[in-house]
Design a protein around this ligand. Structure first.
Ligand SMILES: Cc1cc2nc3c(=O)[nH]c(=O)nc-3n(C[C@H](O)[C@H](O)[C@H](O)COP(=O)(O)OP(=O)(O)OC[C@H]3O[C@@H](n4cnc5c(N)ncnc54)[C@H](O)[C@@H]3O)c2cc1C
Length: 415
């Protein structure tokens, strides 16, 4: 292969482009939007006068595909974290606060001591994780039962964050690869990390610059409308304005979202049900985020799930936000702010300036039916493969899954 057409400049498409360009392949990258990044992007918010992300994105130090990608584009240093595997929680119903501090190495010594466990849990509660090995298609709620603090304070918040699906629908077994690659390997692989100056600054802009230096032809604002093919090989790419021939030695990586891909190529199955994530960015005058003891805080007993502090901005993530996503922004802020204020001991009466971002199709829903609709990278077309967090990566729809899917799509072209 000498030339590759990459369609979609989300993280999956960027990952495929970087992988191919690194092998000396000429790249044409098509992106319908004016900015790259897809569901992981930053923008300037004029209301807050800040660069903000469409959503808070948390990575763990065991997300090796994401870190390898950042190493290639020389941007790993743009991720920051506490440098340890510490997770702070507050239960707003009981006012309990606790910290989970994973120890180094794969033996979870921290569960042996009551003071380091989640309050209200016993050592045996942690053995319940083994149920994941034989979970089949059982949901998180049915596998772990909906009783007890282990469920309420660990399995429920963890699964909602990772699977972006409510526990009574979410397929529990998809937690297993995440646990295997991160928490089960100990602190070295479980450290939380976030983009220091935003997602675009960390993942997107360095990738585009890296590609530009390798003479990639990056076509922003160019929407692909379909393909010409002979049943076995893609022969041309159709765009809104004209088209681009796909030469005999060319390859195509289709890295568009699941709701687009089946409209571009017949016979591709893709998840059809999606789950929203709502993010709120509160600008709190005088709040000194740098001094916060809990810059990343998980909430239990609250409609808000995770709080991220950056300077005077407190950002809130609500995953599987079916109850919120259709409400007006003002109403959402009024529901969420009192809990944020409680968590950080602030005035709950006056809602500070806020930007509410609703991503209605943040990820596919992790239900048995939707998982069955995830296709492999390989297609019936020998010169076209699929990439995206929704393809059958074996992982939930995450940055790690998206970036790994790009590499897998390239390998599938080579095999
Ligand atoms: C609010 C929110 C919070 C999240 N939080 C986390 C988190 O904490 N941790 C984590 O790991 N993951 C998180 N995720 C998931 C993560 O963002 C996604 O898994 C990842 O960004 C998906 O990348 P992708 O390349 O597969 O798809 P996309 O980002 O959807 O990329 C597809 C690209 O294709 C382009 N495109 C579409 N149609 C066409 C066309 N016809 N022609 C050309 N281009 C086209 C799109 O514009 C887009 O740029 C979150 C997602 C959201 C929305």
């Amino acid at each position: 292969m000498s030339r590759a057409h990459i369609i979609g400049a989300g993280l999956a498409g960027l990952s495929a482009a970087v992988e191919l360009a690194g092998n000396g392949v000429e790249i044409i990258l098509y992106e319908q939007a004016v900015k790259a990044g897809g569901r992981a992007r930053s923008f300037h918010d004029s209301h807050l006068d800040r660069e903000i992300d469409n959503g808070n994105h948390l990575l763990l130090s065991g997300n090796h595909s994401a870190l390898e990608f950042l190493d290639i584009i020389n941007a790993r240093q743009r991720l920051i974290g506490p440098g340890n595997a510490r997770f702070d929680f507050a239960d707003l119903e009981t006012n309990d606060r606790w910290t989970i501090n994973f120890n180094r190495g794969p033996v979870p010594l921290w569960v042996l001591y009551e003071q380091s466990r989640v309050p209200g849990t016993s050592m045996m509660d942690y053995v319940s994780g083994l149920k994941l090995l034989t979970a089949g298609n059982r949901t998180v709620a049915s596998l772990f039962g909906e009783q007890g603090q282990m469920y309420r304070r660990f399995w429920e918040p963890f699964s909602v964050a990772v699977l972006n699906t409510l526990p009574h629908e979410a397929v529990a077994r998809l937690l297993l690869p995440v646990i295997r690659e991160t928490l089960a390997r100990g602190a070295e692989y479980s450290m939380p990390m976030v983009a220091k100056n935003g997602l675009s600054d960390t993942f997107v802009d360095p990738a585009l610059k890296w590609l530009e230096r390798r003479k990639a032809d990056i076509r922003m604002g160019q929407r692909i409308t379909g393909f010409e093919h002979n049943g076995k090989t893609i022969t041309a790419i159709k765009t809104a304005r004209s088209g681009e021939p796909v030469k005999a030695d060319d390859v195509v990586v289709l890295a568009t979202p699941p709701w687009v891909t089946p409209t571009l190529l017949e016979d591709i199955t893709a998840p059809q049900a999606f789950a929203p994530i709502v993010n709120l960015h509160f600008q709190v005058e005088g709040f000194e985020g740098e001094k916060s003891q809990t810059p990343i805080l998980g909430l239990v007993g609250s409609p808000a799930h995770w709080l991220f502090v950056r300077g005077d901005i407190i950002s809130v993530t609500v995953s599987a936000a079916f109850d919120l996503a259709d409400k007006p922004a003002k109403e959402i802020a009024a529901i969420i702010w009192p809990d944020v204020a409680k968590a950080y001991d602030l005035d709950g009466q006056t809602i500070p300036p806020v930007r509410v971002i609703k991503e209605q199709r943040a990820t596919f829903k992790t239900t048995p039916g939707e998982l069955q609709r995830r296709p492999p990278a390989k297609t019936v077309y020998k010169n076209l493969t699929l990439a995206g967090d929704w393809t059958d990566t074996g992982l939930p729809a995450t940055i790690e899954g998206a970036i790994r899917s790009g590499v897998t799509a390239v390998k599938a072209l080579e095999s």
